[in-house]
Design a protein around this ligand. Structure first.
Ligand code: AMP
Ligand code: ZN
Length: 113
């Protein structure tokens, strides 16, 4: 997708602090972290949002969640963490490329604001 900032990150057209990459996904540090650990996990293929996934994406989505678990272990989030997927306008999504936020190393408020 032309002009998608997260596609550009996945394609290394713009810099980011990548912490994991394979053939299907990339995980990198959020530019304005809301917690001491704040990672974004994205598919390499452009999917606009969670509202735009299809049955074809079942394996990919499962692998992204397993990656969240592994990254949480790697970043020593054994006390817990929060995962967030903002979806479309009312969900507060600002970048229209599916991403999972992984936030940790601080006590989260419940419910999220
Ligand atoms: P959302 O509001 O759920 O769409 O989240 C988008 C997230 O992307 C925000 O937390 C931003 O701080 C983050 N973000 C935007 N641009 C970049 C970038 N170039 N590198 C890393 N994170 C970014
Ligand atoms: Zn994209």
């Amino acid at each position: 997708m032309l002009d998608c900032i997260f596609c550009k990150i996945a394609n290394k057209e713009i810099d980011s602090q990548i912490v994991f990459e394979d053939d299907k996904m990339v995980a990198f540090k959020d530019l304005s972290p809301q917690a001491p650990v704040h990672l974004l996990i994205i598919p390499k293929k452009h999917i606009q949002s969670l509202a735009d996934v299809s049955e074809d994406d079942v394996k990919l989505l499962g692998e992204m969640l397993i990656r969240v678990k592994k990254l949480a272990e790697e970043f020593e989030l054994e006390n817990g963490y929060r995962t967030v997927i903002n979806t479309r306008g009312d969900g507060g999504q600002t970048v229209d490329h599916l991403h999972i936020h992984l936030l940790g190393k601080r006590k989260m408020q419940c419910p999220p604001g």
